[in-house]
Design a protein around this ligand. Sequence first.
Ligand code: CTP
Ligand code: MG
Length: 166
Amino acid sequence: MREIAEAIYVFLPAGVANATPPLLTRFLGPGRAIDGGRQWRGRPLLGAHKTWQGLIGGSCAGIATFALQRRFDGLDVPMSFGIAISVGALAGDLVKSFVKRRLAVVPGRSWFPFDQIDYVIGGLAAGALFVQFPPVIIAATIAAYFVLHLVVSAIGYALGIKTAPI
Ligand code: CTP
Ligand code: MG
């Protein structure tokens, strides 16, 4: 149980980074597509919904979360770790979208369980460059954020922010 709480706290910046882009779209409108409308073999590289606004805004929100944790908690972890897990989470999301497009899954259509863990894998992989995670923390992070993603998605769907319930 303590591991779960610790995992949720340590990985919070990545969770915030991943949850921010849909909110930005909801309140600012759609941003500029990262793939610039480019296609590969007749399919979008990523899709028009993967935007610079989401990537940059989400990264900043994650990094700000980490900065607050450091400031008010005296967390003795380098700033580079917070940057890595935030940007890594959103990079993981983009890699997942790239694969979805290759498999002709339309944007927004649920692709269980990869939509739920893309950002966790991306964030953990990038964070591992700076901090050595104990295996139990890796397992706890994946499990906790898998469940949290389901909960947050359901809430986002109910509020009309997400197009799919999971
Ligand atoms: N979003 C964004 N920029 C990003 C990632 C996400 O603007 N880099 C916004 C888009 O409005 C997107 C929403 O957040 O529709 C939800 O993102 P996500 O759930 O990750 O994408 P899906 O709609 O599931 O698309 P995909 O099929 O590519 O996974
Ligand atoms: Mg996603």
